[in-house]
Design a protein around this ligand. Structure first.
Ligand SMILES: *Cc1c(COP(=O)(O)O)cnc(C)c1O
Length: 369
């Protein structure tokens, strides 16, 4: 039996009447840019993340870019982030003319290691940008404490972790700004690209809103140069339909993860993901295993029709575009090992028991082979 890594058609089949109605409603009222659904979604996301404000933007990448810009990041500045993430976490720093400074991960959480943070800070550091990878939050308390001590802003890259919690505090509410992606494969996915920024800071809120519309305030008056990066009304309408289901979907992912844990944790040659003690709600955007036999298992899964992907094979310090930073390949031992050994398996909420059995049996057969 083939099992896809993700099957969005099942979610659509479940929500079809609601989604169709919401999209047709936008087509009918015609307010495609910053229509009423955008403001409504901003309010609901702010409430979901327990922040005062939210600003809808065109993608998760733009959320990070605008958040960094709002913190004043530009040429000559340094921004610290995890060495092991989706490319956008580092790319946005370079796009603003600033220098990305990479910190290695903890081997068991795959998130930025706070113990290595302070030694990465220089006079040029402006922002610390931890990533909450795979649906689990980074260890925020020590990160926030170090940031406070050095007068630095914190931006949470929560693209994979909407609704996740750190000591019962929601993702996006701990840093100065939180950034989320509604890329279709995230836990809350739109019908295309979309993203949002959360904050409790009124000045940063104002600035992000101005930046997403060419830096204008009022219209046609530009104190700063901004972007064209609004969240489409149609995307907002779809997300408003889906948001009420998000918690339930994440709980379903947690159930699937618990079964994988039970059946795979004791298989030799495989490491199941660790839930850190501070991680009170892990939303499993990915269920990511590690194995020294990764290549063989990965190819075997593909051959058997089981969806799998490697997030991420190349840590930032080994990316060609960052060669100018002068890192050595053998630096960042933990992110390098993760890049060599991790692979993710299906964990979408609609996955059936029979499908999960198939995934488990196949993974076991390939690892024990
Ligand atoms: C998906 C993702 C982004 C970028 O979001 P887009 O909406 O695809 O632009 C940024 N950071 C991380 C960690 C992501 O997973």
């Amino acid at each position: 039996m083939a099992v896809p890594l993700l099957d969005l058609s099942r979610q659509y089949a479940y929500l079809k009447p609601e989604l169709d109605k919401a999209v047709i409603n936008v087509l009918t009222h015609g307010k495609f840019i910053l229509g009423p659904e955008v403001a409504e979604l901003e309010q609901q996301i702010a409430s979901y993340c327990k922040t005062k404000y939210a600003i809808g933007v065109a993608s998760g990448t733009d959320a990070l870019l605008i958040a960094l810009h709002a913190c004043g990041v530009g040429p000559g500045d340094e921004v610290i982030t995890s060495n092991f993430s989706f490319f956008a976490s580092a790319g946005v720093i370079s796009r603003l003319g600033a220098t990305p400074v990479f910190v290695d991960i903890e081997p068991d959480s795959y998130n930025l290691d706070p113990k290595l943070l302070e030694q990465a800070i220089t006079k040029k550091t402006k922002v610390i940008m931890p990533v909450h990878l795979f649906g689990q939050m980074a260890d925020m308390d020590p990160i926030l404490e170090i940031a406070r001590k050095h007068g630095l802003k914190v931006i949470e890259d929560g693209a994979q972790s909407i609704g996740a919690e750190y000591k019962s505090r929601p993702c996006g509410s701990l840093g100065d700004l939180g950034c989320f992606s509604f890329f279709p494969s995230k836990n809350l996915g739109a019908g295309g690209d979309a993203g949002i920024i959360t904050t409790n800071d009124e000045a940063l809120y104002d600035l992000c809103r101005i930046l997403r519309e060419h830096g204008q305030k009022p219209q046609y008056y530009h104190r700063i140069v901004g972007y064209n990066s609004r969240l489409d009304t149609i995307q907002a309408a779809m997300l408003l339909v889906k948001l009420p289901y998000l918690r339930k979907w994440s709980e379903k992912r947690i159930e699937h993860a618990a079964r994988y844990d039970r059946e795979l944790a004791n298989v030799p040659g495989i490491v199941t993901p660790r839930v850190m003690p501070y991680s009170t709600f892990h939303i499993y955007n990915q269920y990511t295993l590690a194995s020294p036999k990764r290549q063989r298992v990965f190819e075997g899964l593909r051959a058997a029709g089981i969806g799998t992907a490697i997030y991420y094979p190349v840590p930032f310090h080994k990316q060609e575009c960052f060669a100018y930073l002068g890192h050595q390949p053998d630096q960042f031992a933990h992110s390098t090992k993760a890049g060599d050994e991790v692979f993710s398996i299906p964990i979408y909420p609609e996955m059936t028991d029979a499908e999960q059995t198939e995934v488990i049996t196949t993974v076991k057969r390939l690892v024990l082979d």
